[in-house]
Design a protein around this ligand. Structure first.
Ligand code: ATP
Ligand code: MG
Ligand code: FE
Length: 336
């Protein structure tokens, strides 16, 4: 089964050809990051326009690199939510047009399901059940995956997503957008114990997250230092902030896995490419005896290969969408 997948939910225009769900024949990503950096974050209007410019070329390249034509494809998978509505519409309209023109089935995919499915690509034997920590620019979820396509959200962020906190803190200490990779790099040169930032665990046994208090603590610290004429060491702040985020993410994930009695943990989303999170989670899983799956960094951030993988499992489960499929910016995981 060959899936052509299209992804345009945020600031990456992406297309991929995926064979039998787990074999990536091509994975083309056209990133707009350099453009949005000028504005310190993603500008939705600009994102939509750039998607329109890029999408045809990206799809053509994905087919070419895979050495297939549209006729060889069995189904077209496309992200239809959640994300920026204008951005989603570009990929969706394109996918519908191709499905109509080539008479191929259309399969709508949930973007976060795609992030989770990225774990199946490099790890051919990895299967549910497992506990998934989804940490991206817009989401922080603890998800119990009991089977393919079966998701139970145990916890979610009550305010900022983990990636959002990284981006906002980076801006506050003058590191620019996107903040995640910049903080990751700076933290390697800093002392994680330099500044004592709060670890927010919320109520006992809650699997929810909260990162806005930590973000405020960082901002307050920076302002206080400036007011008192004390120096700020961005590397130390980055390392201390990152340590506070990572400790909470790892502890809650391990706790949830134990409580559910699963033996496997998976990570997904852009923040899963964070080196400190990967390292800390690896050590914790080793100590507690959990198998850990983490996609390569390029499959953690937005891409279409993960959408092709998710579409394959939906397709095999019989999912087919009509041309009335609409973009749904607030689509919930596990709902259609
Ligand atoms: P969502 O998937 O929730 O719709 P998104 O698609 O914008 O949001 P992703 O592409 O999954 O998010 O991830 C982007 C986020 O990941 C950004 O917030 C970015 O700062 C963060 N990120 C990327 N690399 C790293 C890193 N090495 N360390 C920490 N954060 C990172
Ligand atoms: Mg992005
Ligand atoms: Fe994403």
């Amino acid at each position: 089964i060959l899936i052509l997948a299209v992804e345009s939910s945020c600031d990456e225009t992406a297309a991929a050809v995926v064979k039998n769900g787990r074999e990536v024949l091509s994975n083309i990503i056209s990133s707009q990051i350099a453009l949005h950096t000028l504005y310190g974050g993603v500008v939705p209007e600009i994102a939509s326009r750039k998607h329109i410019e890029a999408i045809d070329g990206v799809i053509t390249q994905a087919l070419q690199e895979a050495g297939v034509t549209l006729e060889d494809i069995d189904a077209i998978g496309v992200t239809y939510g959640p994300g920026l509505v204008g951005a989603l519409l570009v990929g969706l309209a394109e996918a519908k047009a191709l499905a109509f023109a080539a008479n191929k089935p259309l399969v709508g995919v949930h973007h976060i399901e795609g992030h989770i499915c990225a774990n199946y690509i490099e790890n051919k034997d990895f299967e549910p059940p497992y506990m998934a920590l989804v940490v991206s620019g817009g989401h922080s979820h603890l998800v119990y995956v009991s089977d393919y396509g079966k998701y139970e959200i145990l916890g979610r962020t009550r305010d900022d997503a983990a990636g959002e906190a990284y981006d906002k803190v980076a801006r506050a200490i003058g590191m620019g957008y996107p903040g995640g990779p910049k903080i990751d790099a700076a933290a390697k040169k800093g002392n994680p114990n330099a500044v004592k930032f709060p670890r927010v665990f919320l109520e006992e046994d809650s699997y929810d997250f909260s990162f806005s208090g930590l973000k405020s603590a960082v901002l307050n610290y920076v302002n206080k230092q400036k007011m008192m004429g004390e120096p700020i060491v961005p590397e130390d702040i980055a390392a201390s902030f990152q340590q506070a985020v990572v400790e909470v993410l790892v502890e809650k994930t391990i706790h949830a896995a134990k409580e559910r009695g699963v033996k496997q943990i998976a990570m997904a989303g852009g923040v899963a490419s964070n080196s400190a999170l990967r390292e800390t989670m690896r050590k914790a899983c080793e100590k507690e005896g959990f198998y850990l799956s983490i996609p390569s960094p390029i499959l953690c951030t937005d891409n279409a290969a993960m959408i092709g993988c998710a579409a394959y499992y939906e397709y095999m489960a019989g999912v087919r969408d009509g041309f009335d499929l609409n973009a749904n910016p607030g689509l919930k995981l596990g709902e259609r």
